[in-house]
Design a protein around this ligand. Structure first.
Ligand code: SME
Length: 138
């Protein structure tokens, strides 16, 4: 999976595919990358239904909040989140984990679930470990 000869795009795409395939409650898995000049997130590799939210301003939605704080965010019930950008009516919950490079936010992994409240500390730790490895690509 972490073959150093692969391009970053390919690596991120492989991670998305693997995660969606292996974890039942992961229904949409994608990476958003920070465009520092535009102060917005740009959608990178993903698997799941296409989304129209390919550009998200920092601070907006769950994704934008994580870009601002550099902290993971778990939303077990998206109907309770005020600062939320809906991608699909099927989505019930979401987890976003940042990719930090030298203490700076560079990207994030975003996972949507059609299950209610499926995420545990295990998801957060596991995804954190993946993001740590991904950081080496930035
Ligand atoms: N729900 C996200 C937007 C991205 S879609 O889930 C792919 C948010 O609130 O930031």
């Amino acid at each position: 999976l972490f073959d150093a000869s692969k391009s970053r795009e390919q690596l991120l795409a492989d991670i998305c595919a693997k995660l969606k395939e292996e974890v039942y409650h992961y229904d949409w898995v994608g990476f958003y990358l920070l465009d520092e000049n535009a102060n917005e997130l740009v959608l990178g590799p993903y698997v799941g239904k296409p989304t129209e939210h390919t550009h998200i301003p920092v601070g907006k939605g769950v994704c934008g909040q994580v870009a601002e704080s550099g902290e993971s965010k778990v939303v077990q019930d998206v109907s309770t989140e005020n600062n939320y950008i809906a991608c699909s009516i099927d989505v019930q919950s979401e987890i976003v984990v940042p990719v930090m490079k030298n203490g700076k936010f560079v990207a994030e992994i975003d996972i949507d679930s059609h299950s209610a409240g499926p995420f545990t500390d295990e998801d957060e730790q596991f995804l954190g470990a993946i993001c740590k490895m991904v950081a080496e690509q930035f």
